[in-house]
Design a protein around this ligand. Structure first.
Ligand SMILES: [Ca+2]
Ligand SMILES: [Ca+2]
Ligand SMILES: [Ca+2]
Length: 186
């Protein structure tokens, strides 16, 4: 059971089958670290309410490995301004690095990774994954074939992505259009 408070929590489930459960209407799960937890689940506060959008927030500069964690009705997994290391679950994840030089891995499933500012390393892993650069405020070149993002003088590595979502500026997309589909790049 997870009790929301202002700080970031260190959670160790120990032995047994453990679930981190959010049952508040404004669910936010704030973690410094997570160990030995098998499941993170969002539920409605009462049975007649909808399940709220619950995000997992990782403290700045920390790391989290969700490879063997089942996420149930969790909306996004978000880093902060530091360099976070986030490994997603086997399911479909939405991972947001924000600023800082982040290492973001989707793992299996059809993941969306928003890398944000900073020089990030993003890996979609197995599945049909989307690199989302729409939060950036500079025009970006996304090359899915060369597995690179370029903006200004910066180059970032993007591995195992099949789709891209661009910014509202004049982005450039390179890829094999026979294999890939592109989101709202224009
Ligand atoms: Ca970050
Ligand atoms: Ca995943
Ligand atoms: Ca992939």
């Amino acid at each position: 059971m997870y009790a929301k408070d202002a700080g970031f929590d260190t959670v160790d489930g120990g032995d047994g089958d453990d679930t981190l459960l959010s049952t508040t209407a404004d669910g936010e799960i704030r973690l410094r670290s997570l160990q030995n937890v098998e499941r993170i689940e969002a539920r409605a506060p009462t049975s007649d309410q909808a399940i709220p959008k619950v995000n997992v927030y990782l403290e700045s500069g920390q790391s989290i490995d969700l490879t063997n964690v089942e996420l149930i009705d969790i909306h996004q997994i978000l880093g902060e301004s530091g360099a976070e290391i986030i490994a997603g679950s086997a399911g479909n994840d939405y991972i947001v690095g924000l600023s800082g030089n982040d290492t973001l891995n989707g793992g299996s499933g059809d993941d969306i990774i928003s890398d944000g500012a900073g020089i990030d390393l993003s890996d979609g892993g197995d599945g049909i994954d989307t690199i989302d650069v729409s939060e950036n405020n500079v025009a970006i070149t996304v090359d899915l074939e060369a597995q690179r993002i370029n903006y200004g003088s910066n180059t970032e590595v993007i591995l195992n992505f099949e789709n891209a979502t661009g910014t509202s500026l004049d982005d450039t997309l390179r890829g094999d259009v026979g294999q890939h589909t592109f989101g709202r790049l224009w």
